[in-house]
Design a protein around this ligand. Sequence first.
Ligand SMILES: C[S@@+](CC[C@H](N)C(=O)[O-])C[C@H]1O[C@@H](n2cnc3c(N)ncnc32)[C@H](O)[C@@H]1O
Length: 408
Amino acid sequence: MRYLIARNEKYDFIGQSYASQYPNIHKYPATMIPQIGIELLKETKIKKGRLLDPYCGSGSSFTAGLESGLVEMDGFDINPLAVLISRSKFSSYDIEKIDEEKQNLKNNVYDFIKSENNLNKILIPQYKNINYWFSKPVLQNLAVIKFFIDKIDEKIRAFFLVPLSETTRECSYTRNNEFKLYRIKSEEVLQFNPDVFGVFFNKLKKVIEIYKTYYLPKIKDIKVSVQYGEFINSPKKYDVVLTSPPYGDSCTTVAYGQFSIFGNRCLGFENARQIDNMLMGGRTVQQIYQNSIITEYIDEISLQSQKRALKVSSYYFDLAKSIKNVASSVKKRGIVFYIIGNRRVKDIQLPTDQFIAEQFEENNFNHLFTYERLLSNKSMPLRNSPSNKMGQTKGTMTKEYIVAMRKK
Ligand SMILES: C[S@@+](CC[C@H](N)C(=O)[O-])C[C@H]1O[C@@H](n2cnc3c(N)ncnc32)[C@H](O)[C@@H]1O
């Protein structure tokens, strides 16, 4: 181990969850609890400056930033649903207008469905396997809601897509407690008859309440800009980077794309099925990652499976490229915090924390510290099948690492 790791209990936040202080407005996989970021910024006395999160997901680093007094923050994510959630939480909407549109939407929808004929006039979107995941009445009802959301003023329309996305997932035949798409059993399909409008309007009410109580009062004077896509580089320079990147490629770790597929379709995103391949590590490479701390571990994997070793390499190629871009956008003496788990592949634990420190060091940074924390509250699968054989499971990540580096 080249970069020392210190166990730091302060960052365990045992018994605390995201919701205990900053409820989210939409479920999202592998969220980082904002308390980690808040404590890190406090410990390193960062109270001002510009923050970047190149993998912002649902935006917990922005919550940490605003609690710590930062007023300018930029985020990037390749998953459109993540962009929607983050933007919705950190945009300053006219709340009276939202309340008014909520009421109009309710009136419009319930008036419209009084006549059955109306339902048949609504166009149902078509895509592959749609009937495998939804019943016809559910599709019709979702389409009615979408039809009326599309009539809402553009400035606030996106906000209404947040509860629609969750409603779509919840009213599909997907097992709701999984991130990947698995269909409920056939006998459950027959019984499944959700009240789509009830679910949607309850969620809308909740999303508005959370936004009003936890986000709106704090974002009046701050500027959070969230962009769809990969962070390449930027003319702006950042004082601090706070991020939790994916722990591996989406297909074999957390399937952000699969989780978000219905939401992304609500957003009209054509490539919803392709997202997992577009995320970090999703492409195929032809060579093992060389000349790095990580190489000997990947070589060991290649003894068991060359294919897996190449897949793993693909993730590290992408991570290294991204770190180079991030590093060049940080100001002198700026600090980066990467919160990461060291995943296991073919029973070999990959020291991604060490890799991150190594890459930043190669890009003109010094190692400040790496803390080990217990992963008791991250919403992600804690067991997997590293050999990809049914029934063989191993604990994946019960620890997480906080890697802090400072630019020279
Ligand atoms: C661990 S999650 C971040 C969670 C976030 N901290 C939160 O609390 O919601 C990692 C995120 O990285 C995104 N991602 C993966 N590859 C990416 C890439 N190449 N560029 C930008 N975002 C990417 C995923 O879509 C996912 O939202």
